[in-house]
Design a protein around this ligand. Structure first.
Ligand code: DAH
Length: 341
């Protein structure tokens, strides 16, 4: 019978084709060629119509068998080729254990944050708690309530970044003093860290943006002696050194008496070197007894209470402790600099 012969031919043709298919793409093409809508097997269906009714069931069965065999063989071959391709790929991808590892950089705290945190830790251990004030401040808290006279030069546009007539970027962290006094009753023992801004030329020694901490202690019978011993303990711990402190009278509107505080040079211990510019001393902060007018602005009776305050720059401490020559390094984000700390 013609049709049986045709089926037989098709089967052997398929088997031959199957052995030549090398990859998934060629296999897919075979699938279309044999099993597709216009494929070889579909073509056999027209033969079926030409058969006599007696022959039809048998021929139908043969076509179906062939179709099943083709489908199965294609599936089997697909799995086989897939496995081979996978193991080829894995062989090529094998880990090269001699390849140098990829370095991962560890993040770390910025040197200024480290210095600030260390300063706060020492003061907290001494009984101070931390309070924050705003960077964008009113003229009142930054100057007026701190007893700055109306014509004080610090109020000048040349030193201060004004945002409006009454709003500015704080020029010091002393702004927390009044805010804290307004919000609590003595005994007050707080330390306020923060960023300050001044309209200055940017040089190795000064910047428009820097950090300060401010300490404030208000209670009955707080004395100048308390201030001196607090300063001594704080700076001795901060510089991890037996230091001498020197106090020079100075004027700050919010304290009376006011002074500038020097420590004996941490490098030469007072002999004179490049760090202290041969003077033997390093300036570290301003300090004094809180002015009665400032206590009054904070709602505290100066007849009953006294207090001391001091405030100093954090960059300055970091510069001195690590012998850094230029304050601009802190804001340049140069990893070669930052990774040293
Ligand atoms: N606020 C001053 C400044 O930025 C520093 C200062 C001086 C703070 C004397 C004080 C102080 O608390 O008593 O220059």
């Amino acid at each position: 019978m013609d049709i049986e012969k045709r089926l037989h031919q098709l089967r052997s043709q398929f088997q031959k084709d199957l052995t030549t298919a090398q990859n998934a793409k060629e296999l897919e093409a075979l699938k279309v060629q044999y099993l597709g809508k216009k494929g070889e097997l579909q073509g056999l269906m027209s033969l079926l119509r030409e058969c006599t009714p007696d022959e039809r069931p048998m021929v139908g069965k043969l076509i179906n068998e062939l179709k099943n065999d083709v489908t199965e063989s294609l599936d089997r071959q697909e799995t086989k080729l897939g496995d081979a391709e996978l193991s080829e790929r894995l062989k090529a991808e094998i880990d090269d254990v001699t390849l140098p590892g990829r370095r991962r950089f560890m993040g770390r705290r910025h040197i200024i944050s480290q210095t600030l945190e260390e300063s706060l830790d020492i003061l907290m251990e001494m009984g101070f708690s931390v309070q924050y004030g705003p960077d964008i401040e009113s003229e009142y808290y930054n100057f007026e309530a701190l007893n700055f006279a109306k014509d004080h030069p610090a109020r000048d546009m040349q030193d201060t970044f004004f945002i409006t007539k009454d709003t500015l970027l704080r020029t010091h962290t002393s702004n927390i003093q009044i805010r804290v006094m307004e919000g609590s009753k003595p005994p007050i023992r707080v330390v306020g860290p923060g960023v300050c801004y001044r309209n200055e030329d940017i040089t190795a020694r000064s910047h428009v943006m820097f950090n300060q901490i401010e300490a404030l202690y208000v209670d009955k019978k707080v004395t100048f002696g308390d201030l001196l011993s607090t300063l001594e303990e704080f700076y001795t711990k901060l510089f991890k050194n037996k230091l001498k402190l020197r106090y020079r009278p100075s004027y700050f509107p919010f304290v009376e008496p006011g002074m500038e505080v020097d420590i004996s040079c941490i490098r030469c211990s007072g002999e004179g070197c490049v760090l202290c510019k041969q003077s033997g001393w390093l300036e570290v902060c301003g300090a004094g007894m809180v002015h009665p007018e400032v206590l009054k602005s904070g709602g505290i009776d100066p007849e009953e209470y006294t207090g001391f305050a001091f405030g100093g720059g954090i960059e300055r401490v970091a510069l001195l402790r690590h012998a850094i020559s230029d304050i601009r390094f802190f804001l340049e984000d140069d990893l070669r600099f930052l990774q040293q700390f």
